[in-house]
Design a protein around this ligand. Structure first.
Ligand SMILES: Cc1ncc(COP(=O)(O)O)c(C=O)c1O
Length: 391
């Protein structure tokens, strides 16, 4: 039987590709996992207690939009720079992690045509992979924009042709960026919203790494967009990185009054709401900053270790925010394989996070290193990486 043509050219997901590249070979030393962005710092100590107290809630179908307690907790200020406090619960929806939310919100908001033509979805390249599959599922044309050293590791939206911008229905921005760790300034975000107003499109701002930063909290789209049309602004955030609970699957979307309705409606039919006991845990986590600050302090130690170990390697930057190092190498696949075989350190080839456009894959000359291991393992792994890849 046939399968849909629109997904026929999707590459395999990054992690099966990594297993295919590495797993036929024995690790050359103690295994250090630096490939997947799965945080391992402690979450808040109250999580088991809250979960135990709420366990009867598994006997009920969950609240689709989010329990009032969860939406109030989110809009109560958690999530720092995202400024959802000014948005209020009526413009929020709880998500089962942002990955599904990014996908479903795009399905809910991307029109079939724009000004009589197939709509375009603008995607930074490299990028978090669900953006592309959501665009394809909606029948839109994904257009990949280089987010390279030459563009400050963020897409240069201002350089796009007016015709392309007129066809655009949705533009993704990811700040702090996965994988490059770049942070969009308020001016950058506000210029993007100017373009969105001029050319009539929405901005989907993926802010999952907003709480993992080095010197200053990154600006969020809602903050940069105070003077702009709220209907253009669709913001996603998550507890996965903020609170070190990627398995809890809890995030949210904040959108304008006209956009949140269609997102809620689609998810009422086809979404997978977060079980009520997990919503109760999530509500507590959004209200607590102590565990977030403790985790940020551990990342600060890791930024310092990275600066010490890699500081004098040309092209190696310690990111402004987020927990990835994006390290230049001649060939990312060859480097990941060599590193695994010679040291047991596992990193991701940058090409797996990007698409080739006009013969150029902007991730091909990089490996992505997740700073998620414990401090000691991280230091040992990064030292081994330095010796193996940079001498
Ligand atoms: C940029 C980015 N967005 C979204 C997500 C999804 O996070 P979650 O579904 O756990 O909220 C991730 C996870 O790695 C990510 O890196």
């Amino acid at each position: 039987m046939d399968t849909p043509e629109r997904f026929a050219h999707l590459p395999d997901y990054a992690f099966p590709r990594l297993r295919a590249l590495l797993d036929a070979h024995a690790p050359g030393g103690p295994v250090v996992h630096m490939s997947i962005g799965e945080p391992t710092h402690p979450t808040a100590p109250f999580v088991p207690e809250v979960l135990a107290a709420e366990v009867a809630g598994f006997g009920r179908y969950p609240a689709n939009d989010g329990t009032p307690a969860l939406l109030a907790a989110i809009s109560g200020g958690g999530g720092g720079a995202t400024l959802v406090a000014e948005v209020g619960p009526e413009r929020l929806m709880a998500l089962n992690g942002t990955r599904e939310g990014l996908f479903n919100a795009l399905l809910a908001l991307c029109p079939e045509t724009k000004r009589g033509r197939r709509p375009v979805v603008l995607i930074p390249n490299p990028f978090y992979q669900v953006y592309a599959v959501a665009a394809l599922a909606a029948g839109a044309e994904p257009v990949y924009l280089p987010a390279t050293r030459a563009t400050g590791y963020l897409p240069d939206f201002g350089a796009l042709s007016p015709d392309l911008l007129d066809r655009t229905a949705i533009a993704f921005v990811c700040s702090p960026a996965n994988p490059q760790g770049a942070v969009a300034s308020r001016g950058y975000l506000s210029d993007l919203l100017d373009l969105a107003e001029r050319h009539d499109f929405r901005v989907f701002s993926d802010e999952c790494y907003s709480e993992v930063w080095r010197d200053a909290p990154p600006p969020g789209l809602l903050e940069a967009g105070r003077a702009h049309d709220p209907e253009r602004q669709v913001v996603f955030n998550s507890l996965s990185k903020r609170s070190n609970v990627p398995g809890l699957r809890s995030g949210f979307v904040a959108a304008g009054p006209g956009a949140i309705g269609p997102i809620r409606r689609l998810r009422a039919y086809a979404g997978a709401p977060l079980p009520d006991p997990l919503q109760a845990v999530a509500a507590r986590l959004w209200q607590d900053e102590a565990h977030v600050e403790a985790s940020r302090a551990l990342y600060a130690e890791k930024y310092a270790i990275a600066a010490r170990i890699l500081g004098n390697v040309p092209g190696c930057r310690v990111p402004e925010a987020g927990f990835f190092l994006w390290l230049p190498v001649p060939d990312g696949e060859a480097a990941a394989l060599k590193l695994w075989r010679e040291t047991g350190v596992r990193v991701l080839p940058g090409a797996y996070l990007a698409r080739e456009v006009d013969g150029f894959n902007p991730g091909a000359g990089y490996v992505r290193v997740a700073m998620v291991a414990g401090i000691e393992a991280f230091e040992q792994g990064l030292g081994a990486l330095r010796r193996c890849l940079y001498g």
